[in-house]
Design a protein around this ligand. Structure first.
Ligand SMILES: Cc1ncc(COP(=O)(O)O)c(C=O)c1O
Length: 399
């Protein structure tokens, strides 16, 4: 059929992968044992690529809150936030997010993807400019496209390039929304946010920071990179997700701007989709409480991240530039990456295989994400599995 013609190239790639007997982008977790173990293809496997940073998906208090909410409020809201989909829990969670961030307001969305879609498409339309880091997540790009603002990209993590582009905008600089992430999801590198915030201030522009991978991970209270580097007052909008350190699904934005509520009336991705189910809201509220009450989870996560990063570095792998809970092994060759990924899986270790264009700079990645729930024995097994990859260390050493 003609409308499927455009997928022919994709089908050929997929057929090539299937020849090896497995589609790395269509893996099923057949039985889930814990935050860090599941059966994949009938084999008990260590999950080393899940974004389950604090390991809260199996926290007994989160599970209990979730079950109770389902029993008391039903399985779903069956409606948009704007219609019948705001239950008391949604409103309470917004208050809790605002209080946690010391912000005037917060909005809860159905996912982090939708939070970016809603915020960017509603804040910046035709005539406005969005200046975004070139390595931004797809949800940020899609939000820009939906709103129709002029999009200008600056070089990844390069404040000088950002400033150059702002300068070129002249009078329009003050009508520009700068968008960056805290920790970048693919390589685990961290934005130079203090410099970016200073530039934003000097041009009177606006700043949105997506802390999807830094909530619960950076900052004394876990509020993310802006807290870590002391620039929260310069960040106009913080966007985040429940789907990583909070162990559920959903998204949010916090801000001090009194007009934030305009998003509720004008943001199509807020209005035209159902709200998170009561069980998700209840577990997220509990997880947000735990994230604040148990900073030791953050300490353990960093200990685990450092341990894996150092072991893989010692083995000669080329990793992302900084230690962070995202530990990405860079390989230059897609085929080699796929073979290595399969071999890890056969040894009972699941990591994310990331191929271009999803991986930056045309590289292929074996992306690990560490969890506070990983035990030292599991980390040893991950390292052991990597140590068996043929020639990989030698090849990547030159990358
Ligand atoms: C930087 C970033 N923003 C937003 C999202 C979307 O989050 P969610 O999974 O809640 O849709 C992700 C998820 O991968 C992400 O990495």
């Amino acid at each position: 059929m003609a409308i499927f013609e455009k997928f022919r190239g994709l089908e050929e790639v997929r057929a090539g992968l299937m020849k090896a007997g497995i589609d790395p982008f269509n893996i099923t977790l057949e039985h889930i044992y814990s935050a860090t173990e599941a059966d994949i293809r009938g084999k008990r496997t260590i999950l080393a690529g899940t974004n389950n940073y604090l390991g809260l998906t199996f926290d007994p208090e989160c599970i209990e809150a979730s079950c109770t909410a389902a029993q008391e409020q039903g399985t779903g809201t069956t409606g948009s936030r704007m219609a019948n989909g705001t239950f008391a829990g949604h409103a309470a969670l917004e208050k809790e997010f605002a209080a946690y961030y010391n912000r005037r307001g917060a909005i809860v969305f159905s996912t982090g993807y939708i939070a970016n879609l809603a915020m960017l498409s509603t804040l910046a339309g035709p005539g406005d400019v969005i200046l975004l880091d070139a390595d931004s997540h797809a949800s940020i790009y899609d939000g820009c496209r939906l709103g129709g603002a002029e999009v200008v990209r600056f070089r990844h993590n390069d404040p000088e390039d950002l400033e150059k582009r702002l300068r070129r905008l002249g009078d329009r600089a003050s009508n520009t929304l700068i968008v960056v992430e805290g920790i970048y999801s693919m390589l685990g590198d961290i934005a130079p946010l203090a410099d970016i915030a200073a530039i934003k201030k000097s041009y009177g522009a606006w700043l949105l920071v997506d802390e999807a991978h830094s909530l619960g991970i950076l900052g004394d209270h876990g509020r993310g990179l802006a807290e870590e580097v002391g620039v929260e007052a310069d960040v106009d909008f913080v966007v985040g997700t429940f789907s990583k350190s909070l162990g559920a699904t959903g998204g949010y934005c916090v801000s001090d701007h009194p007009q934030l509520d305009a998003i509720r009336y004008a943001g199509r991705p807020y209005i035209f989709t159902a709200s998170p189910s009561p069980s998700v809201i209840a577990s997220t509220r509990k997880a947000l409480e735990i994230l604040q009450a148990r900073p030791e989870l953050r300490v353990q996560l960093w200990k685990n991240a450092r341990s894996l990063y150092e072991s893989l570095t010692d083995m000669g792998f080329t990793l992302g530039p900084q230690v962070s809970p995202v530990v990405a092994v860079r390989l230059e060759d897609k085929k080699q990456a796929f073979g290595a990924w399969m071999q890890l899986l056969e040894q009972g270790v699941y990591v994310n295989l990331v191929l271009p264009p999803a991986a930056p700079d045309g590289s292929a990645l074996l992306r690990c994400s560490m969890s506070a729930a990983h035990t030292p024995e599991q980390i040893d097994r991950i390292v052991e599995a990597f140590s068996t990859l043929p020639n990989t260390a030698a090849t990547s050493r030159t990358a």
